[in-house]
Write a protein that binds this ligand. Structure first.
Ligand code: HEM
Ligand code: MYR
Length: 411
């Protein structure tokens, strides 16, 4: 006997979700005593899932696909309309290989070096600066230099504003959402121009740069990407590197909140530093959920899922699921010291296999930059403000600004 899919009783649940975007799905699952329920979200019936088991079915490409899944407001701001996020099967695999290849270990190390240089230059003034905004500036300059994208000193603040708007303004409120839409148009036109210049031989980036790889990439059909598509894919590297700034704020937050961790890190325990970074990615809210659409009718755990149904996998809730994580609300890096990770356990950047599925190709970049900033922040003066998190903000951040300042005599 198939049970009926439990429902969130509201006619439309978008507002309930926006009121607590990181905890809405898991709190409804708890309330309804289920791993999956249906709700109307953004005017469509949507299955909401939480947990490692749900993640395994969500990433089964025989049952869920991405084409037409992401809502238009997300594609018009954060993702892009014609990008890897929206592809399936061979078209996805070939486009995805470009990202996995350009984000190789040597490239990650090179980005770390560029970032470290920009950090020293930005912090040299000796005055206290807001960490989030300072990191936007450092990461924008570093990622453009590293990717081979030309960026003059005059142009940098404007381009930084556009990159930040794509992730920081997309889902905060109606006015900011429209700023993010405008920013996507401006940033795509800028980068389409850069791609055209490369292809016409007017500008030659380093052969091993991200820009060169995107300009010459061939899709599964053997064709180069049209320049507006190449531009949107270039943005899929530039934007998220700048978005690591959110995690850098959480590094500073965790250092301020957990002095015992800070002492152990200051002693130079390298294994503990990796565990600390993983625990930040598990513990703090960032990307709330990922979205797909059912390819056919099927049953899962005695529940019927219909072809064409939209599904949301709860990433924050899966990282806090008591079936996978002991005392999930506790911040405890030591939980990662002796733990082998399954493909669906730690999913702040998606789950499954990075080459064949939609899992984020930027996890190594993210953890390497978080490690670098852990070192830099340990050597700086960090002045936390109101440390309580604003859970309604997308992405969530501490309510007060965290300030940072060079410590006298230390670089
Ligand atoms: C995809 C999170 C950093 C590039 C994703 C997904 C998530 C995510 C949740 C979707 C997974 C899915 O659809 O199943 C994050 C977070 C980051 C981050 C929280 C922290 C800032 C990065 C970085 C890069 C990157 C640094 C590149 C340098 C991408 C790309 C995709 C993606 C290209 C699309 C992959 C695909 O559709 O196959 N990311 N990411 N991300 N991420 Fe990240
Ligand atoms: C990136 O890809 O730029 C990195 C992560 C950005 C996360 C931004 C989170 C707030 C936007 C929520 C959109 C909801 C998508 C279903």
């Amino acid at each position: 006997m198939l049970a009926t899919m439990p429902r969130d009783g509201r006619l439309e649940s978008t507002l309930a979700m926006l009121a607590d975007p990181y905890r809405y799905i898991s709190s409804q699952c708890r309330r309804l005593g289920t791993e999956a329920f249906e709700a109307r979200i953004m005017l469509q019936p949507t299955i909401c899932f939480s947990g490692a088991q749900a993640a395994a079915v969500f990433y089964d490409t025989d049952r869920f696909r991405r084409a037409t899944a992401a809502p238009e407001p997300v594609r018009a701001t954060l993702f892009g309309k014609v990008t890897v996020q929206n592809l399936d099967a061979d078209a996805h695999r070939v486009r995805k290989a470009m990202f996995v290849d350009v984000l190789n270990a040597a490239a990650v190390q090179s980005l770390v070096q560029h970032t470290s240089r920009e950090w020293h230059a930005a912090l040299s003034g000796g005055t206290a600066q807001p960490l989030y905004e300072l990191t936007h500036c450092v990461l924008t300059r570093a990622v453009c230099r590293w990717a081979g994208v030309p960026l003059s000193r005059e142009e940098a603040p404007r381009r930084q504003g556009q990159l930040v708007a794509l992730f920081d303004d997309a889902a905060r409120n109606v006015a900011s959402h429209f700023r993010a839409r405008t920013a996507r148009g401006q940033a795509e036109r800028w980068l389409a121009g850069v791609i055209d210049n490369v292809r016409a031989g007017r500008y030659t980036p380093p052969a091993d740069s991200v820009l060169a790889a995107v300009a010459r990439h061939r899709d599964a059909d053997g064709q180069a990407m049209p320049s507006h598509v190449a531009a949107a894919e270039l943005l899929n590297v530039l934007r998220p590197v700048v978005a690591v700034s959110v995690y850098i704020v959480f590094v500073a937050h965790a250092l301020a909140m957990h002095p015992a961790c800070t002492r152990r890190l200051a002693d130079g325990d390298r294994r503990f530093k990796l565990a600390f970074v993983q625990e930040i990615r598990r513990h703090y809210p960032f990307f709330p959920a990922v979205v797909a659409r059912a390819t056919r009718d099927f049953e899962w755990n005695g529940l019927r899922i219909e072809r064409g149904r939209r599904a949301l996998l709860d990433l924050y809730g899966t990282n806090h699921d008591p079936r996978t994580w002991d005392m999930p609300e506790r911040f405890d890096p030591a939980r990662f010291l002796d733990r082998a990770l399954g493909p669906f356990d730690l999913v702040p950047q998606g789950g499954a296999d990075v080459r064949t599925h939609h899992r984020c190709p930027g996890e190594d970049v993210t953890t390497a930059l978080m490690s670098l900033f852990t070192d830099h922040l340990l050597r700086s003066e960090v002045i936390p403000g109101d440390t309580e998190l604003d859970w309604r903000r997308l992405p969530a951040l501490p309510r007060g600004r965290i300030l940072v300042k060079a410590r006298a005599g230390i670089r």
